[in-house]
Design a protein around this ligand. Structure first.
Ligand code: FO1
Length: 325
């Protein structure tokens, strides 16, 4: 079976890890999983290209992620960051671990030598053993794009755009976002293999990633939404909200910024032009109309560990199988 998943950072990575576990323990080990990763979070720091969602997927699926944080490396140290601070290098609000910097250095070197982001990502994925796990990791586009957030200008009475990471990390999404602007997205083309991975999949899954700044950005890549509408594959999503709240991260602040209600129903409606199934937590069953083919998960929709996530992924696949062809 060929499964394609659109994924952002922590939630998407954890879901794909559970999906892969489910496939491996149920005789579907030969199934392939193609992950289309959000690159709108990418940022250049200290001359290095950092791709947070791609790296979160690499580390989580490759077994090197800092499990408590959900991003960055396990057994990390921050000696380089300390030196940067000693030199007064800015910014200091984005935590860069020594091992993580290794990824950014080699990615920046290969990009500088003319390799595409897809090619670089494939090399990084090979080191993390993803091909042996039948996982293909594709950036959504090879064109550099960066999500920015329009906020009130503290120094004046106007507005200004700050990089998504500054809003997300430095401000913890606590200053109101007026809107999101993705620099470069209008010039972006889907990376090689992305549209085919959607069109030719047996199943397309939307993990419980941030619907605005992760999934929403991938949907903004020209051609992606049309491919989702046109694919013969059932498209099934998993709600990122439980009882009106994100399990982690700031999806509530993001939804508020675009004027969308912070409910499982409202998020499902964001996808309803291509969605065939929508898996929600039991607490949201009563408030989720049957517009998108809604299924209530038979337990908490909480990815508390790999086994729990595998059960959620299994249910999403069952929902996909039940979608009339
Ligand atoms: N998130 C934080 O809250 N604080 C950080 O200092 C931080 C550093 C960081 C470094 C590398 C990386 O790949 C991710 C990092 N993240 C950090 C998470 C990141 O901001 C988010 O995972 C995504 O960009 C949003 O999904």
């Amino acid at each position: 079976m060929h499964i394609t998943a659109l994924a952002g950072g922590v939630g998407g990575a954890r879901f794909v890890r559970g999906l892969r576990h489910h496939l491996d323990i149920t005789g579907l080990a030969g199934s392939t999983v193609t992950v289309v990763a959000n690159t709108g979070d990418d940022i250049t720091l200290f001359g290095l290209r950092v791709c947070p969602d791609v790296d979160t997927l690499l580390y989580t699926l490759g077994g090197g992620v800092h499990e408590g944080q959900g991003w960055g490396r396990a057994e990390e140290s921050h000696r380089v960051q300390g030196e940067l601070a000693a030199y007064g290098a800015v910014p200091q609000w984005f935590g860069l671990g020594d091992l993580d910097i290794g990824t950014h250095v080699v990615r920046s070197q290969w990009l500088g030598q003319g390799a595409s982001l897809s090619e670089v990502t494939a090399r990084l994925a090979a080191r993390w053993g993803l091909p042996d796990k039948h996982i293909r990791l594709l950036p959504m586009t090879d064109v550099p794009v960066e999500t920015h957030v329009v906020v009130d200008d503290p120094e004046g009475d106007g507005q200004r755009a700050i990089h998504f990471q500054e809003w997300w990390v430095r401000h913890q999404a606590a200053i109101p976002a007026h809107r999101f602007v993705v620099a470069g997205l209008d010039r972006a083309t889907a990376a090689p293999g992305v549209l085919d991975a959607i069109r030719r999949a047996d199943v397309v899954l939307l993990p419980p990633s941030n619907p605005v700044v992760s999934i929403g950005i991938i949907l903004g890549v020209p051609g992606v939404r049309d491919a989702l509408r046109g694919t013969a594959a059932p498209v099934v999503g998993v709600s990122p909200l439980i009882s009106g709240r994100p399990v982690r991260g700031h999806a509530d602040a993001c939804l508020a910024a675009i004027g969308v209600e912070v409910t499982a129903q409202a998020v499902g409606e964001l996808y309803e032009d291509f969605l065939d199934g929508w898996l929600v937590d039991p607490v949201d069953a009563s408030t989720t109309l049957r517009r998108a083919r809604v299924e209530v998960f038979d337990g908490p929709l909480l990815m508390s560990d790999v086994a729990a996530t595998a059960r959620i992924a299994a249910h999403a696949l069952d929902l996909a199988a039940a979608v009339p062809a």
